[in-house]
Design a protein around this ligand. Structure first.
Ligand SMILES: Nc1ncnc2c1ncn2[C@@H]1O[C@H](COP(=O)(O)OP(=O)(O)OP(=O)(O)O)[C@@H](O)[C@H]1O
Length: 469
C-alpha cells in the first residue's frame, strides 16, 4: 500500500438529518480522514452511529452539510472515481446478469463492455450465468453480480455497505474469502476500498485499517492498523491481539453509550420517576433528609462517572447481596473503618470468603478499600442507616442499575417490552462489554442481583428476561 498517496480526503465533515418530529440532529460531526492508495479501510461502530451516512457522503451519494470530500485528481485515465456495493444487491430484476453489469459502463461500446464483463465474470466465479436473471441466482451469486458491477468499471475506490450481511454465514464467508483473493491479486485495478460492517471478523480479515465510529454524533473514536498478510489466520497470536484491541475499543464505545446521560434518562425514566414520586410521599422528615442526601450523593457520583466517561466496565462480583448488606450493616454499627484481616477474623471466615462481598460492596459504591482497610462510604452509611425498607430497596436498585452491564441489559429488556429479551442477546451484550470475563458467571450473577433488587425477572422455560410490572 502506498501510504503516501492519498486518494480521498474528508475534512471537517458534518451531516444533519431531520427527525420525524421535525427537529434536526447531527449524525456526523467533524470527520477528518484520508484514504490511501491501495488501502482497504473498514468502518465499524454501533448501529445508528452514521457509518452508512459517512460512506454515502464519501461516495458522493449524499452531500455533507458542512466540510468537504475531495478525490485526488486527476484520476488515472479510464478510471471511474467510485463504485458502490449495496447490502440489498440492488440489481435490476428485468435485466440479465450481463446487462446488469453493463449498466456501470455506459460510455463503452458493446464490444468493449463484453470484454470487460467476460473478465470480471470469470474473476467473481459467475461463468455460465451471464444470461440468467437475478431471480434465478442464489443470494450469494447475486451479491457476486453486485460486486462485479462495481468492479467492472475499474473504480479508483469501491465503497461497500454491509455487502455480506444479507447472506447466510457460509455464503458470506466464502464470498469474503473470494474478495480477499481478488484483493490480493497483484494486477487488481481497484486502488482502494471502504467497507462498512458490523462484523468484526470481516473487518479483521479484510482491512488494512479499522476506524471505529462513536455515536451521537458520529465521530472517529479509534483507529486500528492491521499489518498482517492475507489470508489472515484467526488463531495466530497477532490476529488475536488485534481482535482484542478491537473488542476493547468497542467495549469502551459501548460504555460511552450506556453512560450517556441522555440515554440514561430516556431509557430508564421510570426509576428516576419512582424516586421522585416516592420522595414526595415521604412523611418522615429524617428519612427525607437521609434520602435527599443520598440522592445528591448519588447524583454527584453518577454525574462524575457520566461526565468523565469512566472507561473500564466493571464485572459483576459473584456473591450474594445479602452478604454485602450484612457487611455494610456491620461496618455501620461497629467501626466504619476496619482492617480486612480483622474483619475476616471477626466474621470467622477466610479472606477469599469475605473478599467477594467487599469487592461487590465496592462496586456498588457502599465501601472503599484503601490498602487493606475496609471503609464505609457516605453512601454505604446512608444505606445502612436507612430504616424504611422501600427506600432501602430503592437505594440498592439504584446502585445496581448504575453498573454499566446491568444498565445496558436492563435497557435492552425494557426496550423489548412484553416480548421479553432472549437470554442469548443479554449474554452477547455481556461478551461484548466484558470480553475477558466468564460470561456465564456474569449472566448468573446479573440474574441473582437483579432478582434480589427486583429489577428483572428471568423465565427459564422461555429463556427470556422481563421487567417486572
Ligand atoms: N434520510 C434520513 N433521514 C433522517 N434520519 C436518517 C436518515 N438516514 C439515516 N438516518 C438516521 O441517522 C442515523 C445514522 O444512520 P446510518 O444508517 O448512517 O447509521 P449506521 O451506523 O450505518 O447504522 P446501522 O449499523 O444500523 O446500519 C440513524 O439514527 C438513522 O436513523
Amino acid at each position: 500500500m502506498n501510504k503516501k498517496k492519498v486518494v480521498l480526503s474528508v475534512r471537517s465533515l458534518c451531516k444533519d438529518y431531520r427527525r420525524p418530529n421535525g427537529n434536526m440532529f447531527t449524525v456526523l460531526e467533524g470527520i477528518n480522514l484520508d484514504i490511501y492508495d491501495g488501502e482497504f479501510l473498514a468502518l465499524v461502530g454501533l448501529s445508528g452511529s452514521g457509518k452508512s451516512t459517512l460512506l454515502r457522503c464519501m461516495a458522493g451519494l449524499l452531500t455533507p452539510d458542512r466540510g468537504t470530500v475531495s478525490y485526488a485528481t486527476p484520476s488515472p485515465e479510464n478510471m471511474q472515481l467510485g463504485a458502490f456495493v449495496f447490502q440489498s444487491f440492488a440489481l435490476f430484476p428485468w435485466m440479465t446478469i450481463r446487462e446488469n453489469i453493463a449498466v456501470s459502463m455506459p460510455k463503452l461500446t458493446r464490444n468493449e463492455q463484453n470484454v470487460r464483463i467476460d473478465r470480471i465474470i470469470q474473476l467473481v466465479g459467475l461463468k455460465g450465468f451471464e444470461d440468467a436473471f437475478p431471480r434465478e441466482l442464489s443470494g450469494g451469486m447475486r451479491q457476486r453480480v453486485s460486486l462485479a458491477r462495481a468492479m467492472v468499471s475499474d473504480p479508483m475506490i469501491m465503497f461497500m455497505d454491509e455487502p455480506f450481511s444479507a447472506l447466510d454465514p457460509l455464503t458470506s464467508e466464502s464470498l469474503r474469502a473470494e474478495l480477499v483473493r481478488i484483493w490480493s491479486q497483484a494486477d487488481r485495478k481497484i486502488r482502494s476500498c471502504v467497507l462498512v460492517t458490523h462484523r468484526f471478523e470481516e473487518a479483521l480479515q479484510l482491512a488494512d485499517r479499522i476506524l471505529i465510529l462513536s455515536s451521537n454524533p458520529g465521530t472517529i473514536f479509534h483507529s486500528i492498523e492491521i499489518n498482517l498478510p492475507r489470508p489472515r489466520m484467526p488463531n495466530s497470536k497477532e490476529y488475536k491481539e488485534i481482535e482484542e484491541q478491537l473488542e476493547k475499543a468497542f467495549g469502551l464505545l459501548h460504555l460511552d453509550k450506556v453512560t450517556d446521560e441522555h440515554d440514561y434518562e430516556t431509557l430508564v425514566p421510570d426509576i428516576t420517576q419512582i424516586q421522585k414520586t416516592k420522595l414526595n410521599q415521604e412523611k418522615n422528615e429524617n428519612t427525607l433528609k437521609n434520602k435527599e442526601k443520598y440522592t445528591q450523593n448519588e447524583g454527584k457520583k453518577g454525574k462524575d462517572s457520566i461526565h468523565t466517561k469512566q472507561k473500564r466496565v466493571k464485572p459483576l462480583i459473584n456473591t450474594n447481596l445479602t452478604l454485602v448488606e450484612g457487611l455494610v450493616s456491620r461496618l455501620s454499627t461497629e467501626d466504619e473503618e476496619t482492617d480486612l484481616y480483622d474483619l475476616c477474623e471477626e466474621m470467622g471466615q477466610s479472606v477469599d470468603q469475605v473478599l467477594p462481598a467487599v469487592a461487590a460492596g465496592e462496586t456498588l459504591g457502599f465501601i472503599t478499600t484503601p490498602g487493606i482497610r475496609v471503609v464505609l462510604t457516605e453512601q454505604g452509611r446512608l444505606f445502612a442507616t436507612e430504616h424504611d425498607t422501600e427506600v432501602r430497596s430503592e437505594m440498592m436498585r439504584s446502585a445496581i442499575l448504575k453498573l454499566p452491564v446491568v444498565y445496558s441489559i436492563y435497557a435492552l429488556v425494557k426496550n423489548a417490552g412484553q416480548e421479553g429479551l432472549e437470554a442469548d442477546i443479554a449474554i452477547e451484550q455481556i461478551v461484548m462489554m466484558l470480553p475477558f470475563e466468564d460470561h456465564d458467571v456474569q449472566f448468573q450473577t446479573l440474574l441473582k442481583w437483579c432478582r434480589y433488587a427486583n429489577l428483572l425477572i428471568y423465565d427459564s422455560d422461555e429463556e427470556k428476561l422481563f421487567v417486572p410490572d
